[in-house]
Design a protein. Structure first.
Lengths: 366, 366
């Protein structure tokens, strides 16, 4: 399934948002902002797209309701600041945003914001309301992750050949939207997305991407928005299959599901952050048998792991029989294992044996 | 002060280490390893070099002392594995090291290592004993940090121009030793080392490094060893002055002191990780007055900050009168502030006003 990417015009969205409020004031009515409810009660799994999505329930934030007034003001302030930085042509961090807006309201003891923990959710509200990405609002979240392979990207005026980045790889920026990052050349056959940087470094040192003509990417743990958006864009625009390599534990499986279906927290962005066609290449507890991994590098499941694995078995997106079998097997054998466990079979076992066999036999979980 | 870098031949050191033990066994004596004591009791500030250093106290680890036997075995195993990976010409992570060595000793229920928390300190012991860097032992710690500016580096077969890296910058690898990374061209006048990535991104977007002909680097919080070693090499080999930009709080000052004098924990590596000529460019609590920073973006000191500031006033390396004055001022005004606080004066205030003024007036703390 190839999805068409909707181009987001944040300036227009912000302008409509602001004009809406001004219109209400001009009419003499109580200014009111309509917000999608971002909570479990308003989340569903959309089978057609294969994504976790936000439902249609909304709430209201109105100026003359005293329990809303403060948040109403904050929402409008954040929107106005986004508009300002977009017009100035700069990008800024969500921490900068907080500092730029924090001030004492004249003739009061009231500050506009007390802590960044107050401005962050307001920004997410605004993203959901405008149906836009914070990156399109010129705001940056934390960045994490690296990439190497036969891909040339253009970032502003610089052309970066990701096959010539030495031991580092190209550092994935927080904003990978089309206005900043374009793909000028790509000859890769697929993307291998790796949970851990240490494993990425192993594969990079072994020139795995060169031998197998692919792109290797890591999110360094739970991937930041930039890395997830980049997978989404590379898959949709360059038609590259995506294989995810993570630990054989509930946390690794969760990372996979976030890349594939999107997350509950950012469900309003699943279209742009999720890649439903992604496949799970490993690690699985079944691999222990298949690859004769010595038993002493497995790790006993703790109570939390067991609880989480049982919860995951109930999620719609883990219902495919292969996942049910894997989760059942994990609970049966009572252990998990990390990617580094493959080192027990030799340092290059992962790049020379494990991955080539998995890819050749298309031994993936859906 | 320009220091000559001693070339470390880890293979030779490991060989001497191994031969020493074999020699003891051949003589029929109890094999014994001599280790420097890595604790506060064996740390001193070396005024001549300006570095925190390890003293001369040593401890012993001997095979036939049953309370040492396990650690003796582990130390020898780690040394043997390092020797193996160096000979194979690969690098690996400290987590991989743990997995590669973890096994059950035949005919016992005893595992060689139970957790990575057991193998990590053994590796630090070995580094201290051999007086070498883990990078020279082909082991990688976590990597963090980015760099941009008029510097061209060669990493393996790839030449990377750090002035053409778009919004990302060059990602600093964990191993920046001369065998991996060489500097092929540099026209920068100085290095600006920045505590926070968000501020680095602000300066990169404003092309600060281009306008002021410098290298901008960030360690993303407490810098990893790779970033500290890179500052040390750039300073010593290219004779670049180093200015550190951090928060005006005890944590920011501590980050500065680690870059300058080295850390207590890794005091045996201070020669290679510390840069005693580094200067502190800001932020300071004195800046609030100088730059008319609005009071409402300062943050009240908590009990922990106050305690830490008082402790720091007692450290030999914070004894210069300028630091004593700054720490006293912080305690007097009762607040700290983060670099992002400068955004209250405008998003580009830091790159267009604050830093240029500080550099022009050489307004540094020693």
């Amino acid at each position: 399934m190839v999805k068409k990417i909707k181009k987001i015009d944040a300036r227009k969205e912000l302008s409509m948002f602001g004009n809406g409020i001004v219109g209400q004031i001009d009419k003499g009515s109580n200014p009111d902002i309509t917000l999608p409810i971002r909570a479990l009660s308003n989340i569903f799994f959309d089978k057609k797209s294969g994504l976790v999505k936000l439902g249609i329930k909304v709430s209201h934030r109105s100026y003359l309701n005293t329990s809303h007034t403060r948040k109403f003001m904050q929402t409008v302030m954040v929107a106005a600041e986004c508009n300002k930085i977009i017009n100035q042509g700069v990008t800024t961090s969500i921490r900068d945003l907080y500092y730029a807006l924090k001030r004492t309201i004249p003739d009061t003891n009231e500050n506009t914001f007390e802590e960044q923990a107050e401005s962050d959710p307001i920004l997410e509200d605004l993203e959901a309301t405008l149906n836009t990405l914070r990156e399109a609002l010129h705001l940056k979240a934390d960045r994490k992750g690296y990439l190497a392979g036969p891909l040339t990207i253009v970032d502003s005026d610089d052309t970066i050949d990701c096959s010539k980045m030495g031991s580092s790889g190209w550092a994935i920026p927080s904003n990978v939207e089309g206005e900043i990052i374009t793909f000028s050349k790509c000859t890769a056959d697929y993307i291998l997305f790796i949970e851990k940087d240490a494993v990425w470094q192993r594969l990079n040192e072994d020139k795995f991407w060169k031998i197998h003509n692919c792109i290797i990417m890591t999110g360094k743990g739970q991937p930041a928005r930039g890395a997830r958006r980049l997978v989404n864009r590379l898959h949709n625009e360059l038609k590259l299959p995506v294989y995810v390599l993570a630990d054989a534990d509930p946390w690794g499986y969760y990372i996979y599901s976030v890349i594939k279906q999107g997350s509950i927290n950012l469900s309003f962005l699943s279209d742009r952050l999720g890649t439903p066609d992604a496949k799970f290449i490993g690690l699985t507890t079944e691999d222990v048998k298949t690859f004769k991994i010595p038993n002493n590098v497995t790790i006993k499941l703790n109570k939390g792991d067991e609880k989480r694995a049982k919860e995951m078995m109930k999620y719609v997106w883990f219902k495919p029989k292969e996942w049910q079998a894997e989760l059942r097997n994990m609970l049966r054998v009572g252990y998990k294992l990390e990617l580094e466990a493959l080192s027990a079979k030799g340092i290059r076992f992962i790049s020379e044996k494990y991955l080539p066999k998995k890819i050749k036999e298309k031994d993936f979980l859906p």
